[in-house]
Ligand binder design. Structure first.
Ligand code: ATP
Ligand code: MG
Length: 359
């Protein structure tokens, strides 16, 4: 669990991060990174390496095998620690709070960020740690296509590529499409603004027609920008008095995808089914799809207009009120970034080791 990472994070020093990065580099070429390679990547002598490895093994940031030779892999938690260190160092976050969501392929934490130029209030953000390689072979297969000729594959690349893919598409869509503002990405993790309100699945809307129109409008803008969400449902939409926000983008496709039509239809159908079952609102799927594809305006209202009353249905998981994020009430672990420059080290060292590929 990442909660374990948070406990040990502040105890990690620059050499621990160097070790983790060394294993990370080695995993590009080896399923299990031999200790001799770590010596090359980290420039640490063997006795120091052994001490560091014991510490990382104890903290469950690293895993070891002895067969067919002694080798090491980073755990997701070790990878999370590297991403977290990068975010702290870049001042993308200054503290992390509780886990607020677990998806099939991610774990999401609330965090806070210093405002620009350190003026004004702390900003509530979230960190989404991708978990693709561990839980979904389908996703691995999908990401594998992006890997091209790379000889060795590990979950690290699946999770990193999914995070990169999600971050890049959110940057492309924001702000035309209503998505939480993407703020930073490193390895398997993304920092983005906290979505406003609560999940559509957990909310009882007072004016559902208006929200349905707004969601379909967002789908249409997204489509006009050459993107289809591909996992749209009441579980990936936040609703608030300000409107709607669409989350969870790594599986998006473009309209030239061989199944683009079916995927768009499934997205829209999920939404219409939700509004039909919960609010008895009927819309003709074909007509809605036609409108989305035509680029014509859907519905009568825009976000800014009309009454947008809503109530939260499930107070346990739906509660997301801004007040909760006031500094004193927000339980956080403050982090210090380690000096170690992971990125520079990686580039330098990975170039040197390209000749050492495993077959
Ligand atoms: N920007 C955000 N603001 C607030 N909560 C968020 C945000 N992003 C994600 N979450 C929370 O984390 C949960 C999981 O996030 P997300 O849907 O992006 O991940 P996922 O693993 O792909 O989910 P799944 O595959 O199960 O749909 C969401 O259901 C939501 O509760
Ligand atoms: Mg989701």
């Amino acid at each position: 669990m990442i909660a374990e990472v948070l406990k040990v994070f502040n105890k990690l020093d620059a050499k621990d991060f160097r070790m983790l990065t060394g294993i990370e580099i080695g995993m590009k070429y080896f399923e299990w990174v031999p200790i001799e390679e770590l010596n090359k990547y980290t420039k640490l002598p063997f006795d120091k390496l052994e001490y560091r490895l014991k510490k990382l093994l104890r903290d469950k940031l690293v895993v070891r095998t002895t067969q067919p030779y002694e080798g090491f892999q980073i755990y997701f938690e070790g990878y999370d620690a590297l991403a977290l260190n990068a975010f702290v160092k870049r001042k993308s976050i200054c503290a992390i709070g509780d886990e607020i969501g677990v998806g099939k392929e991610s774990v999401v934490f609330e965090a806070i960020r210093q405002p620009e130029l350190a003026i004004g209030e702390l900003l509530p953000v979230i960190i989404k740690f991708h978990r693709e390689g561990r839980t979904s072979f389908k996703q691995i297969k999908r990401v594998r296509e992006h890997l091209g000729e790379r000889e060795h594959f590990s979950w690290i690349y699946a999770a990193r590529l999914a995070a990169q893919r999600e971050y890049d598409i959110m940057c492309k869509l924001y702000p035309q499409v209503s998505v939480p503002k993407p703020l930073d990405q490193n390895r398997n993790a993304i920092v983005m603004e906290l979505a406003k309100g609560s999940l559509l699945s957990k909310t009882k809307l007072v004016d559902p027609e208006c929200y349905l129109d707004e969601i379909l409008k967002q789908v249409k803008i997204t489509y006009s920008l050459g993107v289809i969400h591909a996992d749209l449902s009441e579980y990936n939409i936040f609703v608030s008095e300000d409107g709607v926000q669409l989350i969870d983008w790594p599986q998006y496709v473009t309209p030239d995808h061989p199944h683009a039509d079916e995927i768009l239809e499934r997205d829209v159908s999920n939404i219409l089914t939700h509004f039909f079952r919960k609010y008895d609102i009927k819309r003709d799927l074909e007509k809605v799809l036609e409108e989305i594809r035509s680029g014509e305006k859907i519905g009568s209202d825009s976000v800014e207009n009309g009454s947008r009353g809503f109530e939260e249905e499930d107070s346990k998981e739906g509660e997301f009120e801004a007040e909760e994020f006031e500094a004193e009430e927000f339980e956080v672990e403050e982090f210090k970034a380690e000096e170690f420059e992971a990125e520079e080290f990686e580039t330098e060292e990975s170039e040197k080791s390209t000749s050492k590929k495993e077959t």
